[in-house]
Design a protein around this ligand. Structure first.
Ligand code: F6R
Length: 606
């Protein structure tokens, strides 16, 4: 995740692109850069850190270019520094590229390009695009054809924009699985990964679709398919304010991020049959037990991860709150593998747990979202989730992408230790690959019918709520309760349903909403009995279940249906309605959903 901006027209392109990048700051970034063509020469400025540092340098350059592209980077390949910041150039220094997304086959492409004499300056996947375009131009193609040929070799996701000294009157851009929008002005045109970048100049936009390419000049926008056939697209008027546009038209970042989950999970699993490279594989073979450490929502992902790893790979796993682990004298040795899960990679307690484990000789694998964060620097190995920047304080897409990373870890550990048959591995990975589409199916239905929203309307005045689940959905009950309490300030508790009779059942009366997570799995009948117990005490039951779970649908006051999947994978789907339920309740109560009281996105103090 990062931001692209481009401008061509009568005004100072440098300034317009910098202003556009500032408008995309909300997406999060670690470095920024701008390329422009002035008096026939391509110039590049890029810097790690804040856009204002880049602006300071750019202001000392007095050129007044009419074409520029810019980028804010959220590192995926190569640490955040000046060299890895975009734009990237080819060997001749005449072609500049900015890119959002991930080029999955970049290692092969880079090897091939290097064998043909290309010199790479950065560690990024993006740089291959610049060199591929360079080769095509050398072979006599114009910029458009060169970009089309280059993109035909790419696997993965990309929104990319290219400028070239030899054709200084145009920007060529292309899109697959990463957003790209064109802003249509008068004698000037724009492009960006998101509308707010140019909304103060124009609200007329063309949304590029996957596998489309555009040639943008000051006076025209021509769109092509990837075979170079011109296509006609509608220009739309955007009625949003800039603040609305930053959230993609959603009211809050939290709801936007909930809806981003199919894409985020797909990015985390795409092309990752093997998380560990050859030289790191010993991390998977030498240990005898795993200790997972994390806080908050990441801790809940760890609890689900325990089910994944123990069931699939047969390795014993314990899960600790990092804040407890530090002080309980955990038994750690060189046969212990620590998995530290953290969205931010900066959580003080998780970091302290990592340091303690390392001191005692354990190896640490981090599951993190923020590239180059402290935990990733201190861990022996990092599995990155590709959730993109998570802006809402309440974590949603970070959680489901952590689940995806943990599941891939479990399958890989099982494979390497010969604990899984080929057939089972294929079945599980296929089921995982289907998860994004199933999440989307649910979210699309919710957009149309608003079922969870309507149920939230019934319950937003509640004082308390109880969440129950068993087996792999017990941690989802905990996560649902955490989501509700942190953003709506309603007291909520999550319990393993079997524990109800040991205490919490005393709380149930006709005022108590009880959310039960009950898909068709090995504990289904047990959960049905628990629902009966709740109903016998007049509790109001909201069930997250499957279409064919008729017993549940008969008993529950409200039944929310999720698609079917492998029983281990249900948490990916059952958590989504719980996130939405918490979100809508907080929204009905009029709270600042993205910035709940007393909470910070990154907890860097103990
Ligand atoms: C809850 C939430 C927090 C974080 C916790 C750990 O919605 O966001 O509970 O999960 O503070 O943060 P990370 O994952 O950054 O270590």
């Amino acid at each position: 995740m990062c931001g692209i901006v481009g401008y061509i027209g009568k005004d100072n392109a440098k300034n317009i692109v910098i202003n556009g990048l500032k408008r995309l700051e909300y997406r999060g970034y670690d470095s920024a850069g701008v390329a422009f063509i002035d008096s026939g020469k391509l110039k590049i400025y890029k810097k790690s850190g804040k856009i204002r540092d880049l602006e300071f340098e750019l202001n000392r350059d007095l050129s007044l270019p009419h074409i520029a592209i810019g980028h804010t980077r959220w590192a995926t390949h190569g640490e955040p520094n000046d060299v890895n910041a975009h734009p990237h150039v080819d060997c001749t220094g005449k072609i500049a590229v900015v890119h959002n997304g991930i080029i999955e086959n970049f290692t092969e492409l880079k090897k091939e390009l290097e064998s043909r004499g290309h010199i790479f300056k950065s560690k990024t996947d993006t740089e291959v695009i610049a060199h591929l375009v360079e080769e095509e131009i050398k072979n006599g193609k114009n910029l458009l054809s060169a970009v089309l040929s280059a993109t035909s070799k790419l696997k993965g996701s990309y929104a990319a924009a290219v400028i070239y000294e030899g054709e200084p009157d145009k920007i060529v851009c292309v899109r697959k699985d990463s957003p790209l929008v064109i802003g249509v002005g008068e004698g000037e045109n724009f492009l960006a990964s998101d509308v707010p970048a140019f909304l103060s100049y124009t609200n007329r936009v063309i949304f590029l679709d996957d596998n489309e390419c555009a040639v943008i000049t000051a006076d025209n926008v021509h769109i092509f398919d990837l075979n170079g056939n011109e296509i006609t697209k509608e220009t739309k008027e955007i009625p949003w304010s800039i603040a609305q546009a930053e959230k993609g038209g959603y009211k809050h970042f939290m709801i936007k991020e909930i809806y981003e989950q199919p894409r985020a999970v797909a990015d985390t699993i795409s092309g990752k049959l093997s998380l560990f490279e050859e030289n790191n594989r010993e991390l998977l073979t030498t240990f005898g037990k795993i200790q997972i450490v994390a806080c908050g929502t990441s801790y809940h992902a760890g609890l689900v991860g325990k089910f994944f790893i123990e069931s699939v790979a047969g390795i014993p796993v314990s899960v600790d709150y990092a804040s407890e682990y530090r002080y309980r004298n955990p038994i750690i040795d060189e046969k212990t593998l620590i998995i530290a899960i953290s969205q931010s990679g900066e959580t003080a307690d998780t970091l302290a747990a990592v340091r303690l484990a390392k001191k005692k000789g354990a190896k640490v694998v981090a599951i993190c979202n923020v590239i180059g964060s402290t935990i990733t620097r201190e861990a022996d190995y990092t599995i990155y989730t590709h959730a993109g920047p998570e802006i809402s304080v309440a974590s949603t897409k970070a959680f489901t992408t952590q689940l995806a990373a943990l599941f891939l870890f479990a399958v890989e550990a099982a494979r390497i230790r010969n604990k899984i048959t080929k057939k089972k591995e294929e079945r599980l990975l296929k089921a995982l690959s289907e998860i994004p589409a199933k999440m989307k199916e649910f979210l699309d239905r919710e957009s149309e019918e608003g079922q969870v929203r309507k149920i939230a309307l019934e319950f937003y005045n509640s004082q308390d709520a109880l969440y129950l689940g068993r087996f792999v959905n017990y941690p989802i009950a905990l996560e649902g309760a955490l989501k509700l309490k942190e953003i709506s300030y309603i007291h909520a508790e999550g319990y393993p349903a079997g524990e109800m009779k040991h205490g919490p059942i005393a709380l149930i009366d006709e005022k108590m909403p009880v959310v039960v997570v009950v898909p068709r799995d090995r504990v289904y009948e047990k959960m049905v009995s628990n629902i009966e117990e709740v109903k016998a005490r007049k509790g109001k039951v909201i069930a997250i279940t499957n279409r064919d779970c008729l017993e549940v649908k008969k008993l529950a006051d409200f039944a929310i249906e999720i698609p079917e999947t492998e029983e281990l994978l249900y948490p990916f789907l059952t958590v989504v309605p719980l996130q939405l339920f918490a979100y809508h309740i907080a929204d009905f109560l009029g709270y600042d959903v993205d910035q709940p009281r007393n909470l910070a996105k990154s907890v860097t103090v103990e």
